[in-house]
Design a protein around this ligand. Structure first.
Ligand SMILES: *Cc1c(COP(=O)(O)O)cnc(C)c1O
Length: 351
């Protein structure tokens, strides 16, 4: 089985609701900060103290508990490299399906073994199955809260239990969508030196192309990751961009409140269409269109609106994932789906 990351094809111009990006863009303050860089700043190896300090302040932890990374993907890779160094046996990563692709891709790239936990039919978090899968070879347990693609939060008590059961391993809790759920495990992390929390500024802050993420954890555990990333993996534009983005709180708060409204609008539409959806704590919603899921994705793309076909994911039969960001974009997507689902999807008249 190949775990190689499958790049999403370039779909050209259109309304991008397929990758959970902030379609409205980053704070204008980010562009001003990048433009203000001069020739010398571009020519000088960056130092990270100030940006790390600002990020730590934002996340409510001391600076030595934060590692800035070139996107959270880079942090996931660093955790896998660190786990691969503990070569007692073939290091194993536990991945709860359906899951973000990078956990398996990075584990595989570093010579590890991927142990997948199959989803329950209702996609509820499989705590018992996960606890049972933790063994001596387990080096990493990947958890995602809110999860991608279900949007579910994991109960913090379940995370406590997993961290206890996997004391010999690292629990990598991916909070890429933490800004939307209104909750984080960071404050609770101190009880568990083996828990690392991953954050990204790609989604809520609209910095996906700038590449900036952070891993929060116990300084000793983070030391293994620091050894596993190259010393200048975060570039100067990302660094000054992060600082500017963190200063413009209003920009991100507006987006988060748009996301809340958008999710509600989509839930209401799903109810109207009579299709199942999962209540989400992220900036997307998983919707079970049914047998015509792929066809609906194509029909929508034909109208210049891109959503993500997730129907081939474990447990996601008939499902699509729709980014719920700016309200006007969600409304445009719902209007097009109204047409496609209700008109074009109407059963053919009997001959
Ligand atoms: C998008 C995403 C990431 C990657 O974030 P980057 O900072 O862009 O590398 C990590 N985890 C999950 C669950 C994501 O959806």
């Amino acid at each position: 089985m190949s775990f190689e990351y499958q790049r999403v094809p370039d779909l050209g111009a259109g309304l991008r609701l397929h990758l959970n990006e902030n379609v409205g863009g980053c704070s204008p303050a980010v562009l001003r900060a990048v433009r203000a860089l001069d020739e010398t700043s571009m020519a000088t190896y960056p130092t990270y103290e100030r940006a790390t300090g600002k990020c730590a302040e934002h996340l409510g932890v001391p600076p030595d508990e934060v590692l800035l990374t070139n996107g959270l993907d880079d942090g996931i890779m660093a955790a896998c490299v660190a786990a691969a160094r503990e070569r007692v046996t073939v290091p194993e990563s536990i991945v709860v399906e359906p899951a973000f692709d990078m956990y398996a891709a990075c584990t595989d790239a570093t010579g590890g073994r991927v142990a997948t936990i199959r989803p329950r039919p209702d996609l509820a978090f499989p705590i018992d199955e996960l606890l049972a899968a933790i063994g001596p070879a387990t080096r990493l347990v990947f958890l995602t809260s809110p999860n991608n693609p279900t949007g579910h939060l994991i109960d913090p008590e379940a995370i406590d239990r997993i961290a206890e059961a996997a004391r010999h391993a690292t629990v990598f809790l991916d909070e890429a969508y933490g800004d939307f759920g209104g909750t984080t495990f960071i404050g609770r992390r101190a009880d568990h030196p083996n828990v690392l929390v991953g954050r990204t500024f790609a989604k809520a802050y609209g910095l996906a192309a700038l590449r900036i993420g952070a891993v929060v954890g116990d300084p000793e555990r983070l030391a293994a990751l620091r050894r596993s990333v190259t010393p200048y993996s975060v570039n100067i534009c990302a660094m000054v961009g992060l600082e500017a983005a963190l200063r413009d709180r209003e920009h991100v708060e507006r987006y988060v409140s748009d996301v809340r409204r958008s999710r509600r609008l989509l839930y209401d539409a799903c109810t109207r269409w009579g299709v199942q959806y999962w209540e989400s704590a992220a900036n997307f919603v998983l919707v079970k269109i049914g047998a015509r899921a792929s066809e609906v994705v194509r029909a929508l793309a034909g109208r210049g609106i891109f959503i993500r076909d997730r129907s081939a994911e474990p447990g996601c039969d008939g499902c699509v994932r729709i980014t719920t960001g700016r309200v006007q974009d969600t409304e445009a997507c719902i209007a097009a789906l109204d047409d496609i689902i209700q008109t074009e999807a109407a059963p053919c008249a009997a001959p």
